[in-house]
Design a protein around this ligand. Structure first.
Ligand code: FDA
Length: 312
């Protein structure tokens, strides 16, 4: 319940223009500025530098160019172009070939056909260069349309693409069975958006129970699933189930967010499991950053301390 209220409050604050102005003034300007805790920086060079550091410590990476909810064909084409040039820069930098993309950046608010066309503009060069493209999952209004786009490109024949399912949504078990049946790759998360009771579990205990049962379904029937969480109980449930069923660490991976529970990230690697770190970057970092605060309001403390230090 508290978690749901906090997600709502931070979603409302994310829509506040004055707060956005203060954040954009102070959030990124120095290496120690508060937004840099969760966002690698505003430029691709910043993200590549973070990726290199993480890879040197044995982590794998996925890069996410922040941005969402584009409403014109031109803006969707621009975002697509930015992703295509990102592929070239990643190739040149020699870091891991894995990116995450939100379909509302590519035109999901416009229509299915525009989104499929834009996604294919990314998938074609990505496929030639050996990239994997993960389609992030947004709020529940986008779940059906996002899975429709995924199934369309899968049917066309693309295999270098996967999706995300959220354990908070009541529909996710059916969706997981559908994606498993065609051999698609799923990243399992709890879900970062405030959702109504009609479509989503509201209690943490219910979201966690659904996470465990989806994890078991993916480890048993899925194709190289990604178990994406910082929750020690979910990590332990996954390791225990994998051990019990003889699912080796080569058949799935863990994923965590840049800057979140770095202690756990290191521990998972030390235990011999693959861990991919999701590295967000770009000028549109504010809504992403606010979702991270909404997940853990205690994070506000370090933002306030950092602001005081900036202004001193
Ligand atoms: P939970 O929220 O229960 O937190 C467990 C523990 O983790 C906390 O007690 C705390 O210690 C730590 N923690 C969690 N969040 C923290 C934070 N912000 N700061 C500090 N500590 C924190 N969601 C979505 O809707 N669509 C998507 O596409 C994705 N993609 C995605 C990729 C990857 C790689 C990850 C790890 C997560 C996502 N998410 C996501 C976000 C996800 O839905 C969820 O909101 C967060 O991962 C937080 O949930 P946990 O599973 O970590 O558990």
């Amino acid at each position: 319940m508290l978690a749901a209220i906090s997600k709502t409050a931070f979603a409302m604050l994310a829509a506040s223009p004055p707060l956005r102005r203060v954040a954009s003034q102070y959030g990124m300007r120095r290496p120690e500025s508060f937004a840099r805790r969760f966002v690698a920086g505003e430029t691709l060079d910043d993200a590549i530098a973070s990726a290199r550091t993480l890879e040197a410590s044995g982590f794998q990476i996925t890069l996410d160019l922040l941005g969402e909810s584009v409403s014109t064909i031109e803006a969707a084409a621009d975002a697509t172009g930015a992703y295509v040039s990102m592929l070239g820069a990643i190739d040149a930098a020699g870091i891991g070939r894995n990116i995450s993309v939100k379909l509302s950046q590519l035109g999901l608010d416009i229509d299915h056909a525009t989104t499929v066309d834009n996604l294919r503009r990314i998938l074609d060069p990505a496929d030639r260069a050996g990239f994997f493209i993960r389609i992030d999952m947004e709020g529940s209004a986008y779940t059906g349309p996002t899975l429709d786009v995924f199934e369309t490109v899968w049917t066309i024949g693309y295999r270098n693409v996967g999706v995300v399912l959220q354990s908070c949504l009541r529909r996710s078990e059916a969706d997981a069975r559908r994606v498993n049946a065609i051999g698609g790759r799923i990243r399992l998360v709890k879900g970062a958006y405030r959702e109504p009771r009609s479509v989503a579990y509201q209690k943490k205990s219910e979201v966690d129970a659904a996470f465990v049962s989806l994890m078991q379904l993916l480890l048993t029937d899925g194709t190289f699933p990604a178990i994406a969480t910082h929750d020690p109980a979910m990590l332990e449930a996954t390791r225990a189930f994998a051990r019990e069923r003889g699912v080796g660490p080569d058949r799935f991976e863990f994923q965590m967010l840049y800057g979140v529970r770095r202690d756990l990230q290191a521990a998972v690697r030390r235990d011999g499991y693959g861990l991919r770190v999701y590295i967000p970057f770009g000028r549109e970092w504010f809504p992403y950053f606010m979702r991270r605060l909404g997940e853990r309001p205690a994070n506000v403390g370090f933002v306030v301390r950092s602001l005081i230090a900036e202004r001193a």
